[in-house]
Design a protein around this ligand. Structure first.
Ligand code: KIV
Length: 297
């Protein structure tokens, strides 16, 4: 058992977990309290995903998410983290322009936000060149292939990828190339489990699956989805471990009813003047006010 629950998670630690055939646990988080809960529970990696755009900010895709938003949320997560590895997700257009620009943006996650690593989508030749350059600049990179939500316009929707030979081979080759370029792990999103199993066997670095079946070295989910704190469409691969929408709705409805019916705040949730001065002080105050009224007439 390599998982002590105490050792700070590092990249060598993740390699050991894979070597020993254990599983790496990953969830997204975007704020301090959620990150603190995940960390206290012993999650290995907290991914500050650009899914913040959809899960928290109400966008329909991840495309509008900016560097400023990502830095802001990553800082909150880093403040909460004690043990987990924190990975910041590079948003759309933050790593698509010049190499220098992309390295600068990735560096902001490390320098300004305190993240341990960055994640970026895709495995095109230019992406691979960037991964090499980031690793050279001491910035650890997590790759991401299969369904890459920033390519939503090209893919025509959030669809399973690699169900056919040619596309499956492209994903397989992409994962291998990311390892060669120096990535320390690769996310496999929405791909058939057979393909994910093959990639996982072929790679020395860990694979982290989301909608990629049980054979990956680790699993990731969007925390709001698995907690049932999302409204709208939910992909088949999401398992709901709680129903926070129901829990929160009940609490809010109870609050509304209590306030309307005068049951809240009750004595337990109210402050009082000290008993010995209460009557005296109120009398004095009334006197004072009536004197002020007289003078103003
Ligand atoms: O943005 C995100 O949360 C992700 C995960 C779903 C892998 O990229």
């Amino acid at each position: 058992m390599v998982i002590t629950g105490k050792e700070r998670v590092s990249i060598p630690y993740l390699f050991r977990v894979k070597e020993q055939g254990e599983k790496i646990t990953v969830l997204t988080a975007y704020d301090f309290p959620t990150a603190r809960i995940l960390d206290d529970c012993g999650i290995d990696i907290i991914l500050v995903g650009d899914s913040v755009g959809m899960a928290v900010l109400g966008y329909e895709t991840t495309l509008p998410v900016t560097m400023e938003v990502m830095i802001h949320h990553t800082q909150a997560v880093v403040r909460a983290r004690r043990r987990a590895l924190v990975v910041g997700d590079m948003p759309f257009l933050s790593f698509h322009l010049s190499l220098a620009d992309s390295i600068f943006n990735a560096g902001r996650f490390i320098k300004e936000a305190g993240a341990d690593a960055v994640k970026l989508e895709g495995a095109s030749p230019r992406r691979l060149e960037l991964v090499e350059a980031l690793v050279e600049a001491e910035i650890p990179v997590m790759g991401h292939v299969g369904l890459t939500p920033q390519s939503i316009r090209k893919m025509g929707g959030f669809k399973v990828q690699g169900t056919e030979g040619e596309k499956a081979e492209e994903i397989y080759r992409g994962a291998l190339a990311l390892e060669k370029a120096g990535a320390f792990a690769v996310v496999l999103e929405s791909v058939p489990e057979e393909l994910a199993a093959e990639i996982t066997k072929s790679l020395k670095i860990p694979t982290i699956g989301i909608g990629a079946g049980p054979y990956c070295d680790g699993q990731v989910l969007v925390v709001n989805d698995m907690l049932g704190y999302s409204t709208g469409y939910m992909p088949k691969f999401v398992k709901k471990y709680a129903d926070l929408v129901e829990i929160i709705s009940k609490a809010v409805n109870d609050y509304i009813t209590d306030v309307r019916q005068g049951r809240f705040p009750d004595d337990e949730h109210s402050y009082h003047l000290k008993k010995e001065i209460a009557g005296y002080w109120i009398e004095k105050l009334k006197e004072k006010l009536s004197r002020t009224d007289d003078q103003s007439q």
